[in-house]
Design a protein around this ligand. Sequence first.
Ligand SMILES: Cc1cc2nc3c(=O)[nH]c(=O)nc-3n(C[C@H](O)[C@H](O)[C@H](O)COP(=O)(O)OP(=O)(O)OC[C@H]3O[C@@H](n4cnc5c(N)ncnc54)[C@H](O)[C@@H]3O)c2cc1C
Ligand SMILES: NC(=O)c1ccc[n+]([C@@H]2O[C@H](COP(=O)([O-])OP(=O)(O)OC[C@H]3O[C@@H](n4cnc5c(N)ncnc54)[C@H](O)[C@@H]3O)[C@@H](O)[C@H]2O)c1
Length: 506
Amino acid sequence: MAMACLARRKCFLLSRNLSSDTIKYSLSLASFSRGFASGSDDNDVIVIGGGPGGYVAAIKAAQLGLKTTCIEKRGTLGGTCLNVGCIPSKALLHSSHLYHEAKHSFSSHGVKFSSLEIDLPAMMAQKDKAVSNLTRGIEGLFKKNKVNYVKGYGKLVSPTEVSVDTIDGGSTVVKGKNIIIATGSDVKSLPGVPIDEKKIVSSTGALALSEIPKKLIVIGAGYIGLEMGSVWGRLGSEVTVVEFAPDIVPTMDGEVRKQFQRSLEKQGMKFLLKTKVVGVDSSGDGVKLTIEPAAGGDQTTLEADVVLVSAGRTPFTAGLGLDKIGVETDKIGRILVNERFATNVPSVFAIGDVIPGPMLAHKAEEDGVACVEYIAGKVGHVDYDKVPGVVYTHPEVASVGKTEEQVKALGVEYRVGKFPFLANSRAKAIDDAEGLVKILAEKETDKILGVHIMAPNAGELIHEAVIALQYDAASEDIARVCHAHPTMSEAVKEAAMATFDKPIHI
Ligand SMILES: Cc1cc2nc3c(=O)[nH]c(=O)nc-3n(C[C@H](O)[C@H](O)[C@H](O)COP(=O)(O)OP(=O)(O)OC[C@H]3O[C@@H](n4cnc5c(N)ncnc54)[C@H](O)[C@@H]3O)c2cc1C
Ligand SMILES: NC(=O)c1ccc[n+]([C@@H]2O[C@H](COP(=O)([O-])OP(=O)(O)OC[C@H]3O[C@@H](n4cnc5c(N)ncnc54)[C@H](O)[C@@H]3O)[C@@H](O)[C@H]2O)c1
């Protein structure tokens, strides 16, 4: 039965012709021979790091019958994402959105009240409750799946041994046939801008401010800068974003990005593009930031109560002992892996933010599952070209596949279909109609190449497009699928109709 399923999966993957250099795919069963424990105390798999990559890999490994230990230094599971990333930021984005809506939109829906105030400690407590419920939930999943959990700092001492300084002050050595490094990433610091997590904060500090800053300067107009800038902007901060590049979120489709920037500006966010920070002085009450044009020129000074450094993240391998066993990294410290997530040291694998690829929780999870499937002698598969990205602002911006700029650069002849939410009945009914759906499809075959959505719930809407891309669908395929009315999803159908033919409602 198991073999039949495996064969079916192989056939499915091959029939989808998913073999590109970005696809982690192999029919090799080479790792099978070193797979399972043979009655000793040794593990089949040791996972270092309990984030979305590591904890998912550990649970999947246990589900595949592999004896598994996960080592995590933080004291709680879930990694950056659950503790100081995805979850707390989405909690604050939601709470701050409620306040903003109450202040600016409720009255137009006929909902009025005499006073409105922010209880910041209560907002933070709601965020903390969400985090602790979820992290404890993962401990429960470990127990359910019989994953052994060691709380402490793991260091590689040989290709099959990890020494752990446990958080209770002890130490132990964990042995195993395969080691998966899932140690994630850390904030990238900027020279001359020392983070103190009080006045000059990373995302971690920005998630736990005890007061609403009057003026907030954000360095970097990427995911973190725009999400955390939105949180504090909605709660009343004056937010200025300083970005080195000529555009915000440089990886976004250009046309969508322009609309997105306009929307954020309407909400009060100010942007200083093509600008670099050259110095910071936090000796007084606030922070003074010296900036100059990216290409050089006159310097000016900005003042703020808090500065958020959100100029990217860097792989975290400090103290891990990669040199000790000779694991290779690239110039920026990412661990190099092959299509089976194996490093140059045969028993050592790596997944998630610590390897090249998008630094996203769902990508780390997919890496983790595929990696242990290979270790167990099965087939794993992750296609980095079809990993969706979502900026959880309001409206949200979600995308999958290629941007129009990338399609042009490839020299492919293409069609574009667009549909604005202004013409979508549900969006009009709820009076939240900013944004659009944009679909790019190959002219000759109509195969969808990329989908970009700006909408209040774009992060949910995008998955129809992800499935379409994964199954090599044409825009006509989406256009001919019945979509419920009235839903925002109808805008995806209409954009698909606009791609291969004509939309109805515009
Ligand atoms: C503010 C913020 C918001 C984000 N929002 C989103 C979002 O909405 N959606 C999204 O997809 N992504 C988001 N991300 C990115 C996401 O958090 C990461 O891509 C994801 O957490 C990577 O997972 P990982 O398992 O590779 O690493 P991590 O989550 O970083 O986990 C690695 C774990 O390893 C542990 N560790 C490291 N070294 C050792 C060692 N030697 N021994 C033991 N343990 C060790 C660390 O303590 C950590 O818990 C966000 C990030 C931030 C900072
Ligand atoms: N919604 C999500 O999925 C989500 C949310 C938060 C974080 N993340 C992940 O976390 C990672 C880190 O987020 P991030 O926002 O820090 O990085 P990012 O790579 O998204 O954006 C960093 C921005 O900073 C700019 N920059 C770099 N150096 C600069 C400098 N010296 N001065 C001014 N600007 C500078 C870059 O041009 C870029 O626009 C991202 O890779 C993202 O994948 C994802």
